[in-house]
Design a protein around this ligand. Structure first.
Ligand code: ADP
Length: 472
């Protein structure tokens, strides 16, 4: 089978979160299973672009409203990612340093989607499946089915994967002229609540819709940022497939970004060495347990409860613990987290920004990973934590519910800490439990580490589930 993934992110080319990890890994595993998987994404000005060699495979032009724009498609020459990687260059719109966050993001991702369909339409050979990811590619199923000029693509199967339904790419109908001409009778397939809604359109038009965990699929029928009734109505074609992780990139025994590599056998010594190296660099105390948070500092992740919760735990446990935060997002949360550095010197550190290497080092050095998320479609952090022998402390939601079993479950088959509310109170209760293990029951903690490192969340089985879905 030939599958073309269309996405705004793909690790290691450009990544802002879990979407990048998934699109960087899933095609690799589909290729390993004997299929042809390709990735098409925008050409941003990233390090990966300048460090690699490219060949030009197509040049074309298309209308974006009244503006004719030219685009080029380039392909990475050596297949170094394990699949064919194509970048779409739209001069002046896509070739920026950041992936998102510009005032003209609507026009940027529209030009990307229009360029992709016009290129595929002219390509000559048809893929079996066009698999689009999130709202940045959500209009493609509509264009393929109902826009004029892309007739060659009418019969190609489309799949939409929703990595995060909070972001839907809404635009007013006054932007309609930016879309390629389409059958007017079908405008309802673009509309949700009197707006053009690319994510809703993808749900309506794609042949199959997936989300990144079974629990999140269920939750969307009750909380989907306005699309609840749509998910209820379209249930028949929706399915939740749990993300995997790339075991080659995330492997503590081979990870070149760590201070000290380790396996399940050497986990105690290995984590200790990594904690000592991190503590020396960031002024932490290696003898105390280390709690970390890695992620976007936004409401979805309940990041705003962290400063208060840390403050309370420091007082309650008389600084017998360390915290380190890595992330960026809302300014007031960034400032609140930053302000704790002076308050708790020697026990608290904070890195505001994005730092891939530090993320790896934190998974290795930490004893506990905090994930109080309000919404977590799948969540990869907890799976990386498991692989690195770090105890995940998670709220009972979405993919976290599907991947973490509380240690207190009958017969102690669990290995993490699960709590119910995204509040400082519940998080602190969990930290209290974690402290109890660390200082009073270290043997349970060590047994849990071995157990969690043996869990297999690799992509093999999930990649197979997608192939079954395409076959349907
Ligand atoms: P989401 O996609 O909602 O942000 P996920 O848990 O699915 O959350 O994926 C988050 C990914 O982004 C993980 O690989 C995590 O390590 C990484 N990440 C998030 N924030 C940062 C950061 N500030 N620096 C480095 N890596 C980060």
């Amino acid at each position: 089978m030939e599958i073309i993934h269309v996405s705004a992110e793909c690790y290691p080319v450009a990544k802002a979160g879990g979407l990048g990890d998934v699109v960087g890994a899933l095609p690799k595993y589909q290729t390993k299973l004997g299929h042809v998987a390709k990735v098409v994404m925008p050409m941003y000005r990233t390090k990966f672009l300048y460090d690699n060699d490219w060949e030009l495979v197509h040049e074309g032009g298309a209308w974006l409203g009244g503006t004719w724009f030219k685009y080029a498609v380039i392909k990475e020459k050596t297949n170094k990612l394990g699949f064919d990687l194509y970048l779409v260059d739209v001069n002046g719109l896509l070739d920026r340093e950041k992936i998102y966050g510009y005032d003209d993001d609507t026009e940027r991702f529209l030009s990307f989607q229009i360029a992709v369909v016009s290129w595929l339409n002219e390509w000559g050979h048809m893929p079996d499946v066009v698999h689009v990811h999130d709202y940045h590619a959500g209009l493609i199923p509509f264009f393929m089915k109902y826009a004029y000029g892309f007739e060659n693509l009418r019969s190609v199967t489309t799949v939409l994967t929703i990595h995060n339904a909070q972001y839907q790419g809404w635009m007013g109908w006054n932007k309609r002229h930016l879309l390629p001409a389409f059958d007017d009778w079908k405008s309802g397939m673009l509309d949700w609540a009197d707006m053009i809604n690319p994510l809703a359109s993808g749900v309506k038009c794609a042949d199959k819709v997936t989300t990144v965990s079974p629990s999140y699929m269920e939750e969307l029928r009750f909380a989907a940022n306005g699309l609840e009734s749509l998910f209820e109505y379209e249930r028949g074609k929706c399915v939740g497939i749990l993300n995997g992780i790339d075991n080659e990139v995330w492997n503590p025994a081979k990870d070149p970004l760590l201070h000290t590599k380790y396996s399940a056998k050497t986990v105690v010594k290995g984590k200790k060495a990594n904690k000592e190296a991190l503590a020396a660099q960031y002024n932490l105390d290696p003898k105390k347990p280390l709690f970390v948070f890695i992620g976007r500092l936004v409401g979805e992740k309940a990041a705003e409860i962290l400063p208060g919760s840390i403050d309370q735990s420091m007082t309650m446990h008389e600084q017998r613990l360390n915290f380190m935060m890595l992330g960026s997002g809302e300014t007031r949360v960034e400032a609140a987290l930053q302000s704790l550095v002076d308050k708790y010197p020697g026990n608290y550190a904070c890195y505001i920004g994005y730092n891939e290497q530090l993320a790896h080092q934190l998974y290795a050095a930490a004893d506990f990973l905090l994930m109080p998320s309000r919404v977590e479609p799948c969540g990869l952090n907890q799976m990386y934590a498991l692989r690195y022998g770090t105890v995940p402390m998670v709220r009972n939601t979405g993919g976290l519910r599907d991947t973490v079993i509380d240690i207190g479950a009958p017969n102690f088959e669990g290995f993490g800490l699960v709590f119910n509310e995204a509040t400082a109170w519940d998080l602190n209760e969990s930290i209290n439990r974690a402290m109890g293990w660390y200082y009073e029951k270290p043997d349970i903690l060590q047994a849990a580490r071995k157990k969690m490192m043996a869990i297999d969340h690799s992509w093999e089985s999930s990649a197979g589930a997608y192939l079954n879905l395409y076959a349907q």
